[in-house]
Design a protein around this ligand. Sequence first.
Ligand SMILES: [Zn+2]
Length: 63
Amino acid sequence: MLRACTICKILTDKKKCPVCKNEDLTEEWSGIIGCINPKKSKIAQNMKIEIPGLYAQHCISYD
Ligand SMILES: [Zn+2]
């Protein structure tokens, strides 16, 4: 089960975000954006993605 980081929205199966080390991950997310080259992708720039990976389009944080 992949979970989305509530800060940077990267999808991970770990307990902690591999990008920003945030431990607040959510299972309530939808849409997947695969980003291979963030510097060349407009979507990545809009979402402020800097590291290649899989990201959730939307995620819900409960706090
Ligand atoms: Zn993160």
